[in-house]
Design a protein. Structure first.
Length: 129
């Protein structure tokens, strides 16, 4: 298992993972997905096993204090092996931030990590009616 920074050649594997999860945003436009994964302030790592992308993480950071875990997934057949934890740790170590926030419905995974649970909101445009 290799953990390394994202490269364009990893995009088909990431898109396949997103499609399997039912996440439409990245698969909708491959060029936009590549920009999302490589924009300034974004840290993206992949887990590769036998040449196949089996997981990825993408987080955004100010490089000093705050980071936000935008997306993380591991293929179903590779879960439970510590890949997700390794990806999160690796990306966080590289991004330069002091803390990492996230929104997730995968509570079982994140509950195992050292954390503080805080309430939050996800706002969608137009924000007000």
């Amino acid at each position: 298992m290799e953990l390394r920074p994202y490269e364009r050649r990893d995009l088909p594997g990431i898109i396949a993972i997103c499609e399997a999860e039912g996440w439409p945003s990245l698969p909708a436009d491959a060029e936009r997905a590549h920009r999302i994964l490589t924009n300034p302030g974004v840290t993206t790592f992949v887990a590769v096993d036998a040449g196949d992308v089996v997981g990825f993480v993408s987080l955004m950071s100010d490089g000093e204090v705050q980071a936000y875990l935008a997306t993380m997934a591991v293929v179903a057949t590779s879960r439970g092996q510590g890949i997700g934890t390794r990806l999160v740790r690796k990306a966080f170590a590289v991004c330069g931030a002091e803390r990492l926030d996230l929104l997730s419905s995968a509570d079982g995974f994140y509950d195992r990590l050292i954390h503080t649970r805080l309430p939050g909101y996800r706002l969608y445009p137009p924000f007000v009616e």
